[in-house]
Write a protein that binds this ligand. Structure first.
Ligand SMILES: CC[C@H](O)CC(=O)C(=O)O
Ligand SMILES: [Mn+2]
Length: 342
């Protein structure tokens, strides 16, 4: 490990948190957050649209600022931290990856649905060619049995991933489910293993600690829980807990607390809480980034957003199927109307 730390944290508020603020980051906000994270010795800072490079679109939500400008801003203030980007093959391209690398991004996290690692081959290989550290990011990890996850992680490894992540995109996994997944990966792949949690069932911290117990050494967190849904494992809290457990992260706790309170809290449109919508994401196993889309659809059709999310969970909708949110909302509204007319 670099820096003799036990756990290396990747701060995701400037990427996953983009979902929570409808992709409205400004250069000034990114400069301030990235500088403070760098000063607090956070090893990796992820910066991208919430849905990864080139995510800015009507389907996923338009960014206020071109993400390449945000990446450039973060790189300009990070002399210790490395800037990471997220890329979902099919949304981001090799061209986007190259542009980010040219701007100084040092880590490429290539994200696929948990059963679709094969679409990451080109992107992982190209990131390696560009000299970047590479992560295979297996999203919606609850949707595949452990053996399938292992098979997909092995594929990511064969493409050149330095680390493979178990990504609990819906915040659905229970601690024992995290345990069996991380344990299986540790037994079968030679890469480092990481964990990315969401706090929709208030289990992000517990799940992260179980992941660490089973040998995960790369952990994602979002300061002030600034991530999709109820947010991720809260970085400053994680640093404090690990410090008490005698586990070194190298991150300065007071500086993280100050950043959370003074810089990040004012960026939030509302405090990150486990609301009825985010709780439903975790309960139904739905992508955390769907929360705001479902809320808007519910308002438009005057229906309960929880009904939309539960139905999306039943249909096992995955990332990239955001258009289904409106379809499901329309169907629920029609069914409601026909009930009234009967
Ligand atoms: C849509 C990409 C997604 O937000 C990536 C991620 O953080 C997750 O799956 O949890
Ligand atoms: Mn996430």
């Amino acid at each position: 490990m670099t820096n003799n730390e036990d756990i290396l944290i990747t701060e995701v508020a400037l990427r996953d948190g983009s979902h929570a603020i409808s992709h409205q980051y400004t250069v000034d906000q990114v400069l301030k957050v990235a500088k403070a994270l760098n000063d607090a010795n956070v090893p990796y800072i992820e910066v991208s649209h919430g849905d990864g490079l080139a995510g800015s679109s009507l389907q996923y939500g338009l960014s206020r600022t071109n993400e390449m400008e945000l990446i450039e801003a973060a790189v300009s203030v990070a002399d210790k931290s490395k800037i990471a980007i997220l890329l979902l093959p099919g949304i981001g391209t090799l061209h986007d990856l190259k542009e980010a690398a040219n701007l100084g991004a040092k880590m490429a996290r290539i994200a696929t649905h948990v059963t679709e690692a094969d679409v990451a081959q080109q992107h992982i290989a190209y990131a390696k060619e560009l000299g970047m550290e590479t992560v295979g990011f297996l999203m919606m990890a609850h949707m595949a049995p452990v053996e399938k996850l292992v098979e997909q992680a092995k594929l990511m490894e064969s493409y050149g991933a330095d680390t493979v992540y178990v990504v609990d995109s819906a915040g659905y996994l229970l601690p024992e489910q995290v345990r069996e997944r991380i344990r299986a990966l540790k037994q079968s792949v030679g890469t480092k293993v990481g964990f990315h949690g969401h706090n929709n069932l208030s289990l992000a911290m517990a799940n992260t600690l179980v992941a660490i117990e089973e040998g995960a050494t790369r952990i994602d967190g979002s300061v002030r829980c600034l991530g999709a849904g109820a947010g991720n494992t809260q970085t400053e809290v994680l640093v404090a807990v690990l410090e008490r457990m005698g586990i070194q992260t190298g991150v300065d706790l007071y500086k993280m607390m100050d950043l959370a309170e003074d810089i990040v809290a004012p960026i939030l449109q509302s405090p990150q809480e486990i609301t009825k919508d985010s709780l439903t994401l975790g309960y139904a196993g739905v992508y955390s980034s769907f929360a705001l889309h479902a809320k808007r659809a519910a308002e438009k059709f005057n229906i309960d957003s929880r009904d939309i999310l539960i139905e999306l969970g039943k249909r096992k909708v995955v990332g990239g199927q955001e258009d289904m949110i409106l379809d499901v909302a329309t169907e629920i509204a029609q069914a409601k109307r026909s009930l009234v007319l009967k």
